[in-house]
Design a binder for this molecule. Structure first.
Ligand code: FAD
Ligand code: NAP
Length: 548
């Protein structure tokens, strides 16, 4: 603490402005209101829901089980909401989030169709000045960025895209009205988690589907199905312990961290085979990773599990040339997001589906009537771009965020994101990030990580108020230590070597930095709790609007 006098606090429109109304922004608003803070949410979409508002493509659903991919903060909510499937579809998750907005009376503080364009910290007044694309200007003591890790889609920049005479769609900006693909020749570019969900659905409707694959991905069957009432009741009866297990776990799912994990390579081959067969039959990508956590760190362990998955692909896909193209060879399993699918590999056994290898025959140009690779021209009526996101930093860097001395966040992060705990960044007082870079974020069940951040931020603001403090800012040394720790943990795994969106390799010119924290959801939570318990160790706290 730098001083003892308590100067008059500036008058602001709101205690906090929250940017984004997905899982994070909705809960942040509820939590701040509950603690007696005034808050305003700005959301670019015409509705709440974030990811689940924007990603309406056919097949969109979550890859964490519904009973776990849901808020835990309200026992009443968790008991009353009925999930219909093990992995619910996008409309159901969106309906759930709309229910949350209504149930907790959140809408009156949410401005929809309003994009925050700028957030400038006014040092003399110690407040944030926020501007929107609708010309609103508001001030707030605190600015909470709930802008999402995967909310800025990459725009298609293929040569010739403007000449295409057919319809084209971006999966992350899918229209609200139904898109009828019946009888159409459809092309899908991409084979990441999104495409792997879209492809089987489109294949069922289209006259012909051509999949343009640059990198084959590993995918695990979801084994999705209805969630019987009896199972749901049993889970609901055990919710407190199930949620606790997720909070203490590696990835935010209810799988206990093994006390003395065995190395996968030390498991007798028959036993390993049996375990993998059981997991494959049960379905679920996170449980596969959680059962053999060393696969992301030990190349030999990785090969054992990757070979198993490749064998499954070969056993499913009848045409050996196609199955060879679908077997991932460019990266270890789990170093790009491990996908979850329903009949993805089976889809390539259909007569109306063609797979094109873009590594062998790159895209040259999108033409008026299709797509031309170096080997052939494919006539198409519809093109679907499932080409991913400017992840982790894209949405933040799209806002003109300026901290002390007019420092632009974009500039401060020019060499890669610099955060303390993924929650705050030095030079940007009173600004918080929910699931920011260098927190477990995308390497976890994100609802668990979101709840942890929201509760930590709300606790922090209550602490500042209780102690008559006006300002909190990450300490640059503590931040440097955290950034180095995140890199050390990442470098002890196989992940940084792979070209993935985790390292920003999917966006030309983006600095190559591994962004999620891989230390595990449970250990990370404990660390954040200790930081708070020690009076926000690693942060500068001040009674003045700005720390000296
Ligand atoms: P988001 O849901 O992304 O919401 C952020 C909101 O901020 C958006 O609505 C956006 O419009 C708004 N916004 C951004 N910038 C501005 C601005 N400047 N002004 C105003 N508004 C702005 N995670 C899992 O754990 N499990 C899954 O199964 C899973 N499936 C996914 C499937 C898809 C297709 C995608 C894209 C992501 C998935 N994720 C999954 C990650 C998912 O993003 C998170 O689980 C979670 O929904 C994130 O919530 P959020 O509120 O942090 O961000
Ligand atoms: P992604 O994983 O980044 O996949 C994008 C795909 O497009 C990749 O196959 C990529 O190929 C390809 N691509 C991109 N640019 C290309 C180009 N210029 N030419 C050819 N191909 C190109 O994006 P995503 O599938 O949207 O998924 C992003 C993340 O969202 C996931 O990792 C996951 O965290 C989340 N998500 C989850 C679910 C779920 O199951 N619940 C569903 C969707 C998304 P390369 O690999 O070669 O770059």
């Amino acid at each position: 603490m730098n001083d003892s006098r308590s100067p008059p606090q500036p008058v602001t429109d709101f205690d906090a402005v929250i940017v984004g109304a997905g899982f994070a922004g909705l809960y942040m608003l509820h939590k701040l209101r509950e603690a007696g803070f005034s808050a305003r949410v700005f959301e670019a979409g015409t509705g709440v829901g974030g990811t689940w508002y924007w990603n309406r493509y056919p097949g969109a659903r979550c890859d964490i089980e519904s009973v776990d991919y849901s808020y835990s903060f309200s026992p009443e909510l968790e008991q009353e909401w009925q999930w219909s499937e093990r992995y619910p579809r996008q409309p159901e998750i969106l309906a759930y989030l709309n229910h949350v907005a209504d149930r907790f009376d959140l809408r009156r503080d949410i401005h929809l169709e309003t994009r925050v364009t700028a957030a400038h910290f006014d040092e003399s007044a110690g407040l944030w000045r926020i501007e929107t694309d609708r010309g609103q200007r508001v001030t707030a003591r605190y600015c909470v960025m709930a802008t999402g890790c995967l909310s800025l889609p990459k725009r298609p920049d293929f040569p010739g895209v403007d000449q295409f005479a057919g319809d084209w769609y971006l999966t992350a900006a899918w229209p609200k009205q139904d898109v009828d693909l019946t009888g159409k020749r459809v092309g899908v570019i991409g084979t990441g988690s999104t495409a792997i969900q879209v492809i089987p659905q489109v294949a069922r409707q289209a006259a012909h589907l051509t999949v343009f694959q640059r990198t084959a991905n590993f995918s695990v069957p979801a084994r999705n199905g209805p969630l019987p009432q009896s199972d749901q009741q049993r889970i609901k009866a055990q919710y407190p312990s199930r949620r606790q297990l997720s909070r203490e776990s590696l990835f935010g799912v209810p799988v206990a961290m093994p006390a003395a994990p065995r190395r996968t390579r030390d498991i007798p081959p028959d036993e390993l085979r049996q375990t993998l067969e059981t997991l494959w039959a049960q379905g679920g990508a996170m449980s596969l990773l959680a059962a053999a956590p060393d696969v992301i760190a030990d190349a030999e362990a990785n090969t054992l599990v990757a070979d198993f998955v490749r064998e499954k692909i070969r056993a499913t896909v009848k045409d050996p040339k196609v199955s060879a193209m679908l077997c991932p060879t460019t990266h270890p399993l789990g170093t790009k997001r491990l996908c979850l699918d329903t009949e993805y590999y089976e889809t390539y056994n259909r007569d109306n589906v063609t797979l094109v290898d873009l590594r062998a025959t790159p895209i040259e140009q999108i033409t008026e009537h299709g797509l031309r690779t170096s080997a052939a021209e494919y006539p198409l009526d519809v093109l679907i771009f499932a080409t991913g996101f400017d992840a982790m930093t894209g949405a933040l860097n799209s806002i003109d965020i300026r901290g002390r001395d007019g420092l632009a966040l974009k500039q401060a992060w020019a060499g890669g994101p610099q955060t303390y705990l993924g929650l705050a960044s030095a030079g940007f007082p009173n600004m918080f990030l929910i699931t920011g870079p260098q927190s477990p974020s995308v390497f976890s069940n994100m609802v668990v990580s979101i709840e942890q951040h929201v509760e930590w931020i709300a606790g922090c603001l209550a602490y500042l108020r209780e102690h008559d403090l006006a300002c909190i800012e990450a300490n640059p040394q503590a931040q440097a230590g955290w950034v180095a720790h995140v890199a050390d943990v990442a470098n002890s795994t196989l992940l940084p070597q792979t070209d993935s969106w985790y390292v920003g390799a999917n966006v030309p010119g983006k600095p190559r930095v591994f962004t999620p924290y891989l230390g595990g959801v449970g250990p990370y939570r404990q660390h954040c709790q200790q930081v708070a318990a020690k009076g926000y160790e690693g942060f500068e706290l001040s009674r003045q609007p700005v720390a000296a």
